[in-house]
Write a protein that binds this ligand. Structure first.
Ligand code: SF4
Ligand code: SF4
Length: 320
């Protein structure tokens, strides 16, 4: 079954019909596991809007099952209770964007009640990320970072500290790469999971992209135009051609192909990104190899300890 993610930025009632058409077009492809990701950063989440979202999803959901993944601005996150009630037959996971005014204990209180998934930190630099991580880790949820991406130096420096922190919580980039290395399940990061055909992104200006990060050169059309094929067009086909060529080359030349699947086909700095990816994988691989020969229960980092133990519980064998 193919997983497809439909990202909608700032859903509005006016686009209900169009969104329904897009969802219907996606599920028409057949054998699709669809995830809808709603990004709310500015639109107030009113009751009417919640009703409209629920109706949109239910209209298509009568015939197809899919997962709903919702990202909300923090000052609106309590409203998710209404949405949960309306869409109780779907699985909803919540990523919370936190703001300074929020208290860690508030999040901790609602963690179980609302089944929160992860915390999103919006940071401008490493120092603010570092402080925020240590502030929010006590809520016990995975932590993701948006806007700012750690440099290679910061990533490795943070990993060295994180891996020995007895009070660590998962940092999503580590969670992703470690589970991919340990289980072989493809990474959640688009750049390392062969992205083509997996994403559709509708932004608040009604432009449609085939990219999870809405890179400029991935815009296929605007909904204000007369669009013959709602899902793909020539721009997508050209990118797909490039991606296939790149993947074939990577499959022949790179020993990390099994993990990475060819990187982002539209990244102009791909060579640099590959070098960094190789260094990250090799440092984390060193740690995994070293710790596997030691006792699992002696691992300081609680995320890693639990991860190892759950792999063993599920019958995962480290030896060949
Ligand atoms: S060469 Fe780069 S993009 Fe290709 S598989 Fe290796 S790390 Fe990934
Ligand atoms: S084009 Fe690049 S950035 Fe966009 S989804 Fe694919 S891998 Fe990710």
């Amino acid at each position: 079954m193919k997983r497809k993610t439909f990202i909608i930025e700032e859903y509005e009632i006016e686009i209900q019909e169009t969104v329904q058409k897009l969802i219907a077009a996606i599920v028409k492809e057949g054998d699709i596991d669809l995830m809808i990701r709603l990004k709310y950063y500015h639109t107030p989440l009113t009751r009417r809007l919640i009703d409209s979202i629920a109706d949109t999803i239910k209209a298509v959901g009568k015939e197809h099952e899919f997962v709903v993944d919702i990202v909300l601005e923090t000052d609106q996150w309590k409203k998710i209770k209404q949405l949960r009630r309306k869409l109780n037959q779907y699985s909803i996971s919540l990523d919370l964007k936190v703001s300074d005014g929020l208290q860690v204990k508030e999040i901790a209180h609602y963690k179980k009640k609302l089944l929160l998934d992860k915390i999103m930190l919006s940071c401008k630099d490493y120092d603010t990320f570092y402080q925020s991580y240590h502030r929010w880790k006590t809520a016990g949820l995975s932590i993701a970072l948006e806007e700012y991406e750690l440099t290679l130096k910061e990533y490795l420096q943070f990993f060295e500290e994180w891996i020995h922190d007895p009070k660590a919580t998962w940092f999503v980039p580590f969670e992703d790469i470690i589970s991919c290395m340990m289980t072989g399940v493809p990474a959640g990061i688009c750049e390392h999971s062969s992205c083509m055909g997996k994403y559709l992104y509708l932004d608040q200006n009604k432009k449609v992209y085939f990219c999870a990060k809405k890179r400029e050169n991935t815009q296929m059309y605007s909904l204000t135009e007369n669009v013959p094929d709602l899902l793909y067009n020539e721009i997508y086909d050209n990118a797909l051609g490039m991606a296939i060529e790149k993947r074939n080359q990577c499959a022949e030349e790179c020993e990390l192909f099994g993990l990475c699947r060819g990187g982002c086909p539209l990244d102009e700095k791909l060579a640099e990104a590959c070098g960094e990816y190789i260094q990250k994988v090799s440092r984390i691989g060193e740690f995994i190899e070293k710790e596997i020969v030691n006792s699992f229960t002696d691992i300081e980092n609680p995320c890693m300890r639990q991860f190892y133990l759950s792999l063993i519980a599920y019958g995962f064998r480290f030896s060949q």
